[in-house]
Design a binder for this molecule. Structure first.
Ligand SMILES: Cc1cc2nc3c(=O)[nH]c(=O)nc-3n(C[C@H](O)[C@H](O)[C@H](O)COP(=O)(O)O)c2cc1C
Length: 158
């Protein structure tokens, strides 16, 4: 199975840590959207899209990357994020919508807390210090194992 992870992580590198944990399991490269050779995406069985949550949504760079993609009908994709607080399901919605519009098949979503010192939080030392922690990364690896089994299982039946 060939996988790639496309990730933006600009605040504390929190999402990048999760991306690396997943990448280890999937044998995937982790790239920023600007580093991806779009014409080669067809070669992958699974594409991960990760981002910190900024103002209740994934980073603009991830969203506009997906907007510019050609249709990739039936291509397996997963979404992941780290966030300060609040509902991941809702935060993922703009990215989920764009991926579905491009024909992706979303095979899983993952989110965990991430160290957050935005705005006034900085005055109090931030929230979620030390996150993602070992337990978050263990869950991220477990999630990736599940994806791997799912995609490889599907390939065997193809
Ligand atoms: C400008 C900015 C806006 C943010 N907005 C939100 C938000 O709306 N909801 C939330 O839960 N976290 C929010 N956060 C916290 C980040 O999602 C969190 O710290 C995340 O782990 C950052 O990931 P990164 O280190 O990979 O960039 C925001 C952080 C920044 C810098």
């Amino acid at each position: 199975m060939k996988a790639i992870i496309i990730c933006v992580s600009v605040h504390h590198g929190n999402t990048k840590k999760v991306a690396r944990a997943m990448a280890e399991v999937l044998g995937a490269e982790v790239l920023g959207p600007e580093e991806v050779e779009v014409e080669r995406l067809q070669d992958y069985d699974l594409i991960g899209f990760g981002s910190g949550i900024y103002f209740e949504r994934p980073h603009r760079r991830v969203l506009s990357f997906v907007e510019k993609l050609p249709a990739l009908e039936g291509k397996g994709a997963f979404i992941f994020s780290t966030r300060g607080a609040g509902p991941a399901g809702l935060y993922h919605r703009p990215l989920r919508k764009k991926l579905l519009e491009k024909g992706f098949r979303i095979v899983g979503e993952f989110s965990c807390k991430g160290f957050d010192t935005v705005g006034p939080l900085k005055l109090f030392g931030g929230i979620n210090k030390g996150r993602p922690n070992e337990e978050d990364l263990r869950r991220a690896r477990e999630f990736a194992e599940g994806l791997k089994a799912q995609v490889e299982g599907g390939m065997n039946y193809a």
